[in-house]
Design a protein around this ligand. Structure first.
Ligand SMILES: Cc1ncc(COP(=O)(O)O)c(C=O)c1O
Length: 357
């Protein structure tokens, strides 16, 4: 029998932590629009890469630094291999980045609301968190962000932000990066659905890391692949902190195939943006406030007297899973991933039914 001698041997920080709660992953005949997955399958080139994968090669370790993949990514972004690190999903990169720059002496600055994993990672490092509140309603960056974030060694800026879906002006983000005395992580998990991105800043500023994932825009959430671009010394530092073989061989092959099929990628991105704008219009017609989205989801507030929680529960009973964050700044809103046109029609019909009750 496992005995702990009535004593808790965990570090206090770990014992006190609630731990990150990922979005629900139900399966079956459901509409799953709760974790911003892509409603479309990955490129046929990914299927071909996996089907053609030489399983005999699995007896060997994969490329420890995923060099083939890094070269491809470097070429895509006009940088060099030493400017790129690959991750087992971008969460893996977030772990390395917080280990590298955050400690009890070195605080992390986070927006609120934002991707909640950042806080959990800071807690693991026993680091202080400086919270920078986004503006009410618009979820814009506050003008005095630099003042508020002062003293932090790592500033997390998801652009576009999650769960709010809005983006921040590029020149404002550049000024912040130039003015901030610490590292800035620009988390571009959703940038492929936006009009612009910050990749140029990673190539020109020494304190900027730009991170991407293949989970959303490349339909590879189940594969786990992401990457970060930064100055060579920053990448070299992060390499010291990664798991030895953090990206398995199949994931390296699949990720490369997905990145190379630009036509498929562009087609799906355009389709999702089209569905997003129709969804936004329909929700607005029903009286919902929709935060302008640069992502593959919308963050939306139902009209009074309807509450986000009641709609969330009503949809859930009908096996339509959207996301509801029961926290002060977010509990008036639902986050709905952009699915297929059919999924959106069913979800909207269910909301109409709820509002008629
Ligand atoms: C802002 C943001 N960053 C990073 C991630 C992590 O993505 P992954 O680990 O699948 O690459 C997510 C996932 O939802 C996200 O919303």
């Amino acid at each position: 029998m496992l005995t702990m001698k009535n004593k808790n041997y965990f570090r206090k920080a770990v014992a006190d932590m609630a731990g990150y709660t990922p979005g629900e992953q139900p399966s079956g005949d459901i509409i799953k629009i709760n974790t911003n997955e892509n409603p479309y399958p990955p490129s046929p080139a990914v299927t071909a890469a996996i089907n053609g994968f030489q399983t005999a090669s699995l007896r060997r370790y994969p490329s420890a630094r995923a060099d083939g993949l890094r070269d491809l990514i470097a070429e895509m972004h006009g940088v060099k291999r030493e400017n790129v690190i690959a991750g087992n999903g971008s969460d893996d990169l977030l772990t390395m980045i917080t280990r590298a720059f955050v400690s009890p002496e070195l605080p992390m600055a986070c927006l609120d609301p934002t991707y909640t994993l950042y806080r959990d990672l800071a807690a693991m490092q026993e680091a202080k968190i400086i919270t920078v509140e986004l503006e009410p309603e618009t979820f814009a960056l506050p003008e005095n962000l630099l003042e508020q974030a002062k003293g932090a060694n790592l500033l997390m800026i998801p652009r576009p932000n999650a769960p709010t879906g809005n983006t921040f002006p590029l020149d404002t983000v550049e000024q912040i990066c130039r003015g901030f005395d610490g590292m800035v992580l620009i988390d571009e998990a959703y940038a492929d659905f936006a009009a612009d991105n910050c990749m140029r800043l990673a190539a020109t500023l020494q304190n900027v890391i730009v991170m991407r994932t293949l989970s959303k825009s490349y339909s590879l959430a189940g594969m786990r692949a992401g990457y970060a671009v930064a100055a060579a010394p920053v990448i070299a530092g992060l390499m010291k902190l990664k798991d030895s073989y953090n990206l398995d061989a199949v994931a390296q092959a699949a990720a490369a195939a997905a990145l190379c099929d630009r036509d498929y990628f562009n087609g799906r991105i355009n389709k999702i943006k089209e569905t997003r704008s129709r969804l936004t219009g329909e929700l607005e017609d029903m009286g919902f406030i929709v935060v302008p989205s640069s992502t593959n989801f919308v963050f939306t507030r139902p009209p009074k007297p309807f509450t986000a929680k009641a709609i969330f529960e009503f949809l859930r009973d009908r096996l339509i899973f959207v996301r509801f964050f029961d926290r002060e700044r977010t509990r008036d809103y639902l986050r709905i991933s952009v699915g297929t046109d059919d999924e959106m029609a069913k979800m909207l019909a269910a909301i109409r039914e709820f509002m008629k009750k």
